[in-house]
Design a binder for this molecule. Structure first.
Ligand SMILES: [Zn+2]
Length: 102
């Protein structure tokens, strides 16, 4: 019961806090970008089966592989891609927490 709550809290509430705390002047734009990074879950569509609550996304899906995560971390170092990087890394942490839970 607690796990989905934590998962969606991380996906929706934590980005809001990050946007409000660190990007106060344009928090809405930043929040929008952070939510948009959830699109990386589209790689689940090419997986079979599409959704499996007992599967660990990390290391399984293309955009959740370790080399992809490495790319997301690199994005953090450039000002223009930093917000996208934050969203993607946060997403991976969220998905990874799910894996620990199993
Ligand atoms: Zn994911």
């Amino acid at each position: 019961m607690l796990q989905p709550l934590l998962h969606y809290g991380m996906h929706f509430v934590v980005p809001l806090f990050i946007a409000l705390l660190f990007f106060r002047k344009k928090w809405l734009v930043v929040y929008g970008i952070l939510l948009a990074t959830m699109l990386v879950d589209f790689d689940h569509l090419v997986a079979n089966p599409i959704f499996d609550p007992n599967r660990c996304s990390i290391g399984f899906h293309v955009l959740h592989s370790y080399w992809a995560i490495g790319v997301y971390v690199v994005l953090l170092f450039f000002k223009k891609t930093r917000v996208v990087g934050i969203g993607l890394v946060l997403h991976m942490i969220t998905d990874y927490l799910d894996c620990l839970w199993m």
